[in-house]
Design a protein around this ligand. Structure first.
Ligand code: AR6
Length: 171
């Protein structure tokens, strides 16, 4: 059975097979965890993102989908880039379903690569504005329902507030 663990820390320091990036559709980097992963992982990640854009995602990686690249200099084997939905109270159900899809699709990609350990940030809970408690509930429900064949799914929460929100959601 997959162990679900919570740690407070920086996802770029995790020794896991796959690190999930809360990217945007352009796949060309940004702020938040995306900026940190590209900074720390080095230019190899961006180079592969550019190739993926050219070959498959000229119109952008759709929200809720996921795609893998090298992890460059990160202590991981792959980065799985996923695009979370921006939070808005209108069309909440569709947006929440897309957020759950990010977790499901990232796990599917990671398992397909042969990963045994996967680290997630709190997708959409930063620049994309998702309330932490709700983001945590959706994340944990999506991973539990997906029941992936992995040793560990680790949520790496940046700061005490995010850690506590996930702790409460885990129960
Ligand atoms: N390790 C773990 N978590 C982190 C780190 C880190 N190094 N840095 C930030 N977080 P965000 P989003 C947390 O904004 O809301 C980018 O510009 C952060 O505190 O990174 O999905 C992309 O290119 C928050 O809890 O992602 C997109 O345009 C969580 O990670 C957009 O932001 C997610 O915050 C995506 O926004």
């Amino acid at each position: 059975m997959t162990q679900i663990t919570l740690v407070q820390g920086d996802i770029t320091e995790q020794r896991v097979d796959a690190v999930v990036n809360a990217a945007n559709g352009s796949l060309l980097g940004g702020g938040g965890v995306d900026g940190a992963i590209h900074r720390r992982g080095g230019p190899e990640i961006l180079a592969e993102c550019r190739r993926l854009r050219a070959s498959h995602y000229g119109k952008g990686l759709p929200t809720g989908r996921a795609v893998a690249t090298t992890a460059g200099r990160l202590p991981a084997r792959w980065v799985v880039h996923t695009v979370g939905p921006v939070y808005r109270a209108d069309d909440y159900p569709e947006r929440a379903a897309l957020l759950a899809s990010c977790y499901r699709e990232s796990l599917r990609v990671a398992v397909g690569l042969g990963a045994r350990t996967v680290a997630f940030p709190a997708i959409s809970a930063g620049i994309f504005g998702w309330p932490l408690e709700d983001a945590a509930r959706i994340a944990l429900a999506a991973v539990t329902e997906a029941a992936p064949d992995l040793d560990e799914v680790r949520f790496v929460l940046f700061g005490a507030d995010a850690y506590r929100a996930f702790e409460r959601a885990l129960g």
